[in-house]
Ligand binder design. Structure first.
Ligand SMILES: C[S@@+](CC[C@H](N)C(=O)[O-])C[C@H]1O[C@@H](n2cnc3c(N)ncnc32)[C@H](O)[C@@H]1O
Length: 260
């Protein structure tokens, strides 16, 4: 990014802050419509400048094998879900590379979990990790950060989507704080890891380290991250753990990918 455009960005941010300070109603509007603003970001992410090269996901597939049948279930999106475009990308990568062991950090309502299970080989196994749900309020109090928006808006129980799907038997739900989770049992075993839990820097670093430790390093194995935005903790965390070499931002999504 040029110095001029950085300066323009800072001036715009300062103007917005000054404006909101004197127009509290508009501040409320901004807060309540941030999801629509995120949609703009979903639709036009290439307007932003990333630290990683941007790749069209079709370039990640072998040319002679770009045709695949996918199992897709387009539930309406809630805050915290991946977009339908991201579901297509994740499902396509799974259908294409046929990972046998998959691990997701951050289950939420299990929409992605279900797609990982639905599109992987019949004998594949999907592990998915989320915070323990018993005494959740107490657990939250002990977390350094938690995105409260995830627990509003009619959130259904953890794993809701996959639990009522035909692929539930391929999935093992794990409950732990990823910061305390001992990944050594799974070290070097996972062909596909999806990192999508807490997006603050210490969590991203922790989850990324554990994802890399669990990765099998077989040809075709990969780690993906969600909510990769420019100048975010996710971007910074990936760079600090993995570096920039071999990491890409997938076009028209907020997904990052590192392949072996
Ligand atoms: C953005 S949602 C995940 C969305 C999901 N991967 C999907 O594609 O539908 C983040 C999830 O991570 C969980 N989470 C947040 N902090 C966590 C932590 N420290 N350990 C484990 N899970 C965490 C939240 O409870 C939430 O369910």
């Amino acid at each position: 990014m040029s110095v001029a455009s950085k300066a323009r960005g800072s001036v715009a941010a300062l103007q917005a802050l000054t404006h909101f300070a004197t127009h509290p109603r508009e501040m409320v509007h901004f807060a309540t419509h941030r999801r629509e603003m995120m949609d703009v970001y979903h639709e036009y992410p290439e307007k932003f400048v990333y630290e990683f090269p941007v790749v069209d996901f079709r370039e990640l597939l072998e040319p002679e094998q770009r045709r695949s049948s996918l199992q897709l279930d387009f539930e309406p999106d809630l805050y915290g879900d991946v977009s339908w475009q991201e579901l297509v990308v994740l499902s396509s990568l799974v259908a294409h590379y046929k990972p046998k062991r998959l691990f997701e950090i951050g289950t939420f309502m299990g929409k992605t979990t279900m797609h990982l299970a639905a599109n992987s080989p019949p004998d594949a196994k999907v592990y998915t990790l989320d915070l323990p749900q018993e005494n959740f309020e107490e657990i939250k109090k002990n977390l350094a950060t938690y995105d409260e928006s995830l627990v509003v808006d009619g959130r259904k129980p953890v794993g809701f989507h996959y639990r009522r799907s035909p692929w539930a038997n391929k999935i093992e739900q794990l409950f732990a704080n990823s910061m305390a989770f001992d990944e050594s049992k799974y070290a070097g075993q996972m062909d596909f890891v999806f990192v999508d839990a807490d997006h603050y820097y210490p969590s991203v670093v922790n989850d990324t380290r554990k994802a890399m430790a669990m990765l099998s390093r077989k040809p075709g194995s990969m780690v993906l991250w969600h909510d990769l935005g420019p100048k975010t903790d996710v971007e910074r965390g990936i760079i600090d753990v993995v570096g920039k070499q071999g990491v890409f931002k997938i076009k028209n999504t907020k997904l990052g990918i590192c392949r072996v």
